[in-house]
Design a protein. Sequence first.
Length: 279
Amino acid sequence: MRILARHKGLFCGGGLLLLIFLGGVFAPSIAPHDPTVQDLRMRMTGPSFTYPLGTDTLGRCLASRILFGVRPSIGLAMAATCMVTLAGIMVGVLSAVFRRLDMVLMRITDCFFALPGMVLALVIISFTGPNPWGILLALSVPGWPKYARVVRGIARSQLAQPQVEAVRCMGAGPLYVTRTCLLPWIWPQVTTIATLGIGGKVATIAGLGFLGLGVQPPTPEWGAIMYGGLPVLGIAPHISLFSGLAIALTVLAFTLVGEGVHEAINPLIGEDANETMPD
């Protein structure tokens, strides 16, 4: 609680994120209507008591569709982040601990850095099809190199420390050194990057849905909802507005949490370091 009180961004972002999570978890209970039920007589109506956020072009409850859209958007983003984090840690640690593998692994990493992430994602989806597993793979393959680079830098820096050298000279193997000397320093830094990365992946999933390559109907998805409102933007702006607002608030929440975690982990960054940091 002291950390939350000290870092306002972490408190605000965590509260907003908690509300979004609760909305997604309890969507079947709190959604006003079934998100797939159509009522063409009520199509494109504005917010009202019956439809809190209005209806879309097919007369479906927009509030219900946004609530149910939390699950595929955040669920896929978090799953992909876990995959790229584990892959990046594995590659980065192997590259730092086993110098013979360093050249090969880093050149492979550089090759992935040379490919634009969205282009590579589109290529993968063109082969796998717009299904959840294809989207998960498309998000994971371009994302691991930055984690590998960060982990490699942290691991090599720690391996050069005298205490780590002493542990290795005492006969400790690579697994013991990694578990006791490297991971305690790697996890905090990677956690910050991963938290910020979830927000970026939520935006990427929405972008794929906007292009028709994301989660397919009838499953509600924020990017697809936004795209569905574009043809009627002049007469029913609430469709694209509320779905875009859901994306923006989710990305903002993860960004605030990531920055708050970074400030909490690194005491040299934040209010305590303002006097020592150059202008």
